[in-house]
Ligand binder design. Structure first.
Ligand code: NAP
Length: 322
């Protein structure tokens, strides 16, 4: 019997794919950094039994309706807003993602971005490299304290909870907002539930960690930024489209809030001309939330395991539960 065929839409570390190589023929796109063009993805999907995709690939009805053999799509991310789940269900295709393995690394990055924004770390580093350091001044590049401040986490799931633990180590007061309360986290971590509006008005740092859904799209809009303290920092490590970027630009340039830290943008890769990338009080990162070597390799391995399991008619380890 011929082995099933799996296409991988980026060049991945081969050593992470061992579980898959045992049960399938695999081929992959030639570049680590450049996305697989849509035309190539369509051609591959038309013959593949499994796809290992990135969040930059649109896995939609048009793709899935021309993929007669496709049984499984494993997305190298915990978020799956690039995948049409209804279409996948209609075509009997299992969708998998990579929860948990990236939780701690993403929480590390979220806290690092919060610290970098508050203490102007990237701005200060650039300032030296640009040859500006001629002397010491009492308020030279002075930022905001993080310890003992109030952190508001919007979307306190796995990553948000890991972030709250880090914040507690800095003696922060932690508020959170979800659609449902988390009594266990409240008791164990000493975090406090707040309505969205209350969280916005009370927090010194507001971190967005929700998935991108129709409900969360642009939930950080003009009204939300107007409710924040003018000393507040907004940090986004979720998806760019949870934010109205024009409203954020207005907020950080008119002093409605003190600054922002962004790991994600509504269109990625973001252009260096994007207004938000030109401001000293906005720290920008190229969507590297989970990007430690160890975690990325664990994510690749989990995708490979999931595809191998489904192709052997077994239950995937981490199917999307939606
Ligand atoms: P998770 O465990 O599913 O947590 C998501 C949380 O968001 C849940 O607690 C959920 O609580 C809450 N939520 C959902 N809809 C909401 C709404 N309308 N209003 C308020 N809260 C809402 O997911 P996770 O693993 O922590 O990951 C969260 C997101 O982070 C991912 O979906 C992904 O987009 C993003 N992410 C980004 C990176 C990066 O590289 N920047 C890396 C990993 C993940 P309720 O259901 O009770 O509302």
């Amino acid at each position: 019997m011929t082995k099933p065929y799996v296409y991988i839409t980026r060049k991945l570390d081969e050593t992470t794919l061992t579980p898959l190589k045992e049960v399938a023929h695999i081929d992959m796109w030639t570049s680590e950094d450049e996305p697989c063009p849509r035309e190539e993805l369509e051609k591959q999907a038309a013959q593949a039994d499994g796809l290992l995709t990135m969040l930059s690939d649109q896995v939609d009805e048009a793709l899935l309706s021309n993929a007669p053999n496709l049984k499984v799509v494993a997305n190298l991310a915990v978020g799956y807003d690039n995948i049409d789940l209804k279409a996948a269900k209609k075509h009997g295709i299992t969708v998998c993602h990579t929860p948990d393995v990236l939780t701690e690394s993403t929480a590390d990055l979220a806290f690092a971005l919060l610290m970098a924004s508050a203490r102007r770390i990237v701005e200060a580093s650039d300032w030296i490299k640009d040859g500006n350091w001629t002397g010491w001044g009492p308020l030279l590049l002075a930022g905001a304290d993080v310890h003992h401040k109030t952190l508001g986490i919007v979307g306190m799931g796995s990553i948000g909870t890991a972030l709250a633990k880090r914040a507690k180590g800095f003696d922060m007061n932690v508020l959170y907002h979800n659609r449902s309360r988390k009594p266990k986290a409240e008791a164990q971590l000493g975090v406090t539930y707040a309505a969205f509006d209350e969280l916005l008005t009370q927090s010194d740092f507001i971190v967005c960690l929700t998935p991108l859904t129709p409900e969360t799209k642009e939930m950080f809009n003009k009204k939300a930024f107007e409710q924040m303290k003018n000393t507040a920092y907004f940090i986004n490590v979720s998806r760019g489209q949870t934010v109205d970027e024009d409203a954020l630009y207005d907020a950080v340039t008119t002093g409605k809030i003190a600054g922002a830290g962004l790991d994600v943008f509504s269109r990625e890769p973001v252009s260096p001309d994007h207004p938000l990338t030109t401001l000293p009080n906005v720290t920008v990162l190229p969507h590297i939330g989970s990007a430690s070597v160890e975690t990325r390799k664990n994510m690749m391995h989990l995708c490979a395991e999931n595809i191998a399991l489904v192709l052997q008619d077994q239950q995937a380890k981490t199917p999307v539960q939606a």
